[in-house]
Design a protein around this ligand. Structure first.
Ligand code: FAD
Length: 341
């Protein structure tokens, strides 16, 4: 039965451990409970694993629904139906143990399955969009459950329908993945090639464990007691820029453009590693500004050093964004979501 609680602190429900109370809060275990909860007609926020959130100190003045629908993972030939409240990493492990490839590089990403399509999670050369077949969701506009095929989700780099044009419209209750049995583990990422050597053909489960080990060394795996884990993962997206954006960076650093690391992006654009830009702007690992800081293992993870508030993280964010914009003419975009009305 649906139980609505009041004034529940959100910080403990997030990996950054920051954020004030939800006016109302409910755990959602079934689609029927979701429909019942949606009778509330004030501001609404959907909480998954809380691993991509920066919650304001004043909290959220409406109803927060923790989408915790769990149940069996149903496999039909190459399609796998997964309830939204399933731990993402548990799903990846489950499939890798079955020898299925397609998600092994996404091992160790915190959060729940329902959160994965929202920003189209990606790591080590793979994206969730490559294996998502369809998304079942409650559509708050038509007030019905709908099934959105992959094409309708408009997946792109850290983006989808769900975090752009239809933000807050859909509540994901189940994701169906399609895994091609012909697909072999993806070792395009340099750290993985180095780990296995050039001619290796590791099984998906071996890649799963390798990715987790690489992530642990970078503080990108949630490890109990590790202060570098009080983060929301990468705080900034890798900026996608036109080629002419390289010139001001090269000039500011007095280096040839060829020395600026970059990856090809769509439309002839270039994706620049945000971590490199931060480093070049003087924001190194272990940088601290009061209670906010940068992880000692990864330049791109802003961390709560112990007692940080939203304001502390916002001050560090502003310093980084302003410095990078002034020095290099690049506007950094934040990855974690902020629940606002
Ligand atoms: C240590 C660490 C490492 C990370 N590494 C990566 C990485 O390598 N790659 C990557 O892409 N991300 C990474 N992340 C970010 C994060 O883990 C992912 O974005 C994850 O998918 C978020 O899922 P969640 O369940 O925690 O969602 P939450 O953080 O709870 O929510 C994120 C957003 O999704 C929405 N949402 C969540 N569930 C639903 C649902 N069922 N229906 C509708 N909306 C929903 C929320 O409203 C919010 O807008 C990392 C985070 C941490 C802390």
């Amino acid at each position: 039965m649906l139980q609505i609680q009041e004034q529940i602190r959100l910080g403990p429900h997030t990996t950054l451990r920051i954020g004030g109370p939800a006016r109302f809060y409910a755990e959602i275990a079934t689609e029927a409970e979701l429909v019942e909860a949606l009778e509330y007609d004030g501001p609404l926020f959907i909480l998954g694993g809380g691993s991509n959130l920066l919650v304001p100190d004043e909290g959220f003045p409406g109803l927060v629904l923790h989408l915790a629908i769990t149940g069996p993972i149903v496999t039909r030939e190459n399609e796998v139906e997964v309830p939204a409240g399933t731990e993402w990493d548990a799903l990846v492990l489950h499939l890798c143990r079955q020898g299925r490839s397609g998600m092994e590089c996404l091992a160790g990403i915190p959060g729940l399955v329902g959160g994965a399509p929202i920003q189209n999670i990606g790591a080590y050369g793979q994206e969730a969009a490559e294996t998502i077949h369809s998304v079942r969701a409650y559509d708050r506009e038509s007030k019905k459950f709908v099934t959105l095929p992959r094409e309708a989700c408009r997946f792109a780099y850290r983006s989808s329908l769900f975090n752009t044009t239809a933000r807050n419209r859909y509540i994901v209750t189940q994701v169906t993945f399609a895994l091609d049995p012909e697909v072999k583990p993806n070792l395009t990422y340099a750290d993985l090639r180095k780990h296995f050597g050039p001619d290796a053909t590791p099984a998906p489960l071996e890649v799963y464990h390798a990715v987790r080990a690489i992530r642990a060394a970078k503080g990108m795996l949630l490890v109990e007691g590790d202060p570098d884990c009080r983060s929301a993962g990468s705080f900034f997206k890798n900026p996608v820029v036109p080629p002419f954006a390289l010139a001001p960076i090269a000039a500011a650093l007095a280096i040839p453009e060829e020395r600026i690391p970059r990856y090809p992006a769509s439309g002839g654009n270039l994706k620049l590693p945000a971590a490199w830009l931060l480093d070049q702007a003087g924001f190194h690992k272990s940088f601290a500004l009061g209670e906010a800081g940068i992880s000692s293992k990864h330049t791109l993870a802003l961390i709560n050093r112990g007692h940080a508030t939203y304001a502390d993280i916002a001050a560090l964010r502003a310093l980084i964004v302003e410095t990078v914009a002034t020095r290099f003419g690049i506007t950094l975009e934040q990855e974690p979501v902020e629940p606002h009305v």
